[in-house]
Design a protein around this ligand. Structure first.
Ligand code: ADP
Length: 243
């Protein structure tokens, strides 16, 4: 009573081993090819990656090296041509679209570069919308949306609409949205790309804090070498492989 909302079965690990020791996400030998005309374009050529709870990892690499393709696989938006992806020990790569979508809504938060906040909704309403979509009970919306916006330093801007906020503030609304339904994984594609260095540092500070306090793991792509020291691990992708 009063504990875990749901006891997930977890594969692997001896009984009683702390959940925090088990990886949240395992990518093993993953390849992804696309048919382009009569050609096969090999984009990912054997990727291995492990993301543990409360880890913040970064993917760097030139444009076109395959980072977004990998993130789409990690988030269950796509399935690999070869290899395996385990999310909480469950074989994501074997699941149909419906099942992946369910997990995605509930347990994964996405932050994209040009994050489309709903322009007519306030910051607060934008966060509420994410919770509604994720199936969070209505009774929790107000307290949780407020809490998330406070966490990203927007307590005083909650009722502003996106156009009344700076780029950095909009990005922080996007973060508040992404954490609002308490996912265990956040995938962020170039979350600091459009921010100046001070705002980028602020966003990274928020990331570090939510990794610690909200028990969230983050995988993000970036080109920005100045923020890389914040990561627990940086993977560099060149032409579909990590170097
Ligand atoms: P990055 O995020 O590192 O810039 P991407 O993963 O977006 O790289 O793209 C890697 C390569 O895969 C690019 O050459 C891109 O054109 C190609 N690619 C990505 N998705 C598709 C697709 N659905 N169909 C065909 N080619 C794709």
């Amino acid at each position: 009573p009063g504990g875990q909302p749901e006891a997930e079965e977890r594969d692997g690990g001896p009984a009683g081993s702390p959940a925090s020791m088990e990886p949240l996400l395992v990518v093993r030998g993953v390849e992804r090819s696309f048919d382009v005309g009569s050609q096969k374009l090999r984009v990912l050529k054997g990727i291995d990656l492990e993301l543990k709870p409360q880890q913040l990892v970064m993917l760097k690499g030139r444009s076109g090296s395959g980072k977004t393709t990998l993130m789409n696989l990690m988030g269950g938006l796509d399935v690999p041509t070869q290899g395996q992806i385990y999310f909480r020990g469950q074989p994501f790569h074997e699941w149909d679209d419906n099942r992946r979508t369910k997990i995605r809504r509930k347990d994964i938060g996405f932050i994209f570069q040009a994050y489309a906040l709903m322009p007519l909704l306030s910051a607060y309403e934008n966060v509420e919308l994410t919770m509604r979509m994720a199936g969070v009970p209505r009774s929790q919306w107000k307290a949780r949306a407020t809490e998330c916006l406070e966490m990203v330093g927007l307590a005083k801007r909650m009722h502003h609409r996106p156009f009344e906020l700076s780029g950095g503030e909009q990005q922080r609304v996007a973060i508040a949205k992404a954490i609002s339904h308490r996912p265990s994984l956040i995938l962020a594609d170039e979350p600091t790309a459009e921010l100046d260095s001070q705002m980028a540092a602020q966003v990274m500070a928020v990331f570090r804090e939510i990794v610690a306090t909200e028990n969230i793991s983050i995988c993000m792509t970036t080109h920005d070498t100045t923020i890389m020291e914040v990561a627990d691990h940086v993977y560099e992708m060149v032409d579909g492989v990590f170097v």
